[in-house]
Write a protein that binds this ligand. Structure first.
Ligand SMILES: [Zn+2]
Length: 289
């Protein structure tokens, strides 16, 4: 038990060393396997780490994280059913926040496929309005100008798939509605009139492998830092700084963050990211015939 406590205390010190501090507003994605902290199960482990983060940021800080749920292709026979109170988020960190719903100021958005969950005094403003009328990454786009930081917990550098702001920048520039999967993924939800409705997801950020190009540019600058947390590397970067950089790069070249896998449908077969997407699909058709 002492060993587990020591590990947790070390993670706390490493987060402080990374630059997480009192009053911080954090958009967090986490990889608990790389973090290397485990107590009994994934949820308890995530709850412990969440507690450490809440201790550091204090009562004035806020945390927001994706609490996405399952989708299927629109032609799927049994579409998943979203219910904001009863369908748990698909990742342990969001589940840890969800488990505090009764006790603390926790709000989860009602978006049928891409809900977000937030904890802290700004939770309602951050996600309370986000429902099926908005695009998938709308709460991330809103963070611009709100003094947030993006924390990739144990997901840094070599293993990085890119910063969360990438999807916010894609949506801000209207690219995420031009993914090849836009309109093809769906889930059911209960409307405010009590009817079960099929929601088709319009905005898809897609492949993030090319997003790691950002890490090379943004680390070791004054507004970002990378350091060890548990067994992994974490990145902490000022949201606005990273968001603006991604927007500029995409404005200059919408294909800048495409990955190197020429078979990647998201990067090379989406009109949002590739001018030559038609040729990709022609080649794809020839290959399957
Ligand atoms: Zn790709």
């Amino acid at each position: 038990m002492t060993l587990i406590k020591d590990k947790l205390q070390n993670i706390k010190l490493e987060l402080i060393e990374l630059g997480v501090c009192e009053g911080d507003n954090l958009f967090i994605v986490a990889d608990f396997i790389r973090l290397g902290y485990f107590r009994v199960n994934g949820l308890l482990s995530a709850q412990d780490v969440l507690q450490v983060l809440l201790e550091i940021i204090g009562p004035n800080g806020n945390i927001i994280t994706p609490s996405y749920t399952e989708t299927d292709y629109i032609w799927g026979r049994e579409l998943p059913h979203f219910d904001v109170n009863n369908v748990p988020p698909n990742n342990a960190f969001a589940q840890a926040i969800f488990s505090l719903s009764e006790k603390q100021n926790v709000v989860r958005s009602k978006h049928p496929t891409n809900s977000y969950i937030a904890i802290g005094p700004m939770a309602t403003d951050l996600v309370g309005w986000h429902n099926e009328k908005y695009l998938a990454y709308a709460p991330m786009v809103l963070l611009k100008g709100m003094n947030f930081k993006n924390l990739l917990l144990a997901m840094g550098e070599d293993e990085s798939k890119g910063l969360s702001v990438l999807h916010a920048a894609q949506e801000y520039l209207g690219m995420s509605t031009k993914n090849y999967l836009s309109g093809l993924l769906a889930a059911k939800y209960k409307s405010s009139e009590g009817k079960t409705v099929v929601y088709r997801r319009k905005s898809v950020g897609g492949c993030t492998l090319g997003g790691k190009k950002a890490v090379g540019y943004l680390i070791n600058k004054t507004k970002s830092k990378v350091s060890k947390t548990g067994r992994g590397l974490s990145i902490l970067v000022e949201w606005d700084y990273a968001f603006n950089w991604h927007v500029e790069m995409l404005k200059n070249d919408r294909g800048y963050f495409k990955c190197h896998d020429k078979a990647c449908k998201s990067c090379h077969g989406s009109r949002g990211y590739s001018k030559r997407f038609i040729f990709f699909w022609l080649k794809w058709i020839v290959n399957i015939l």
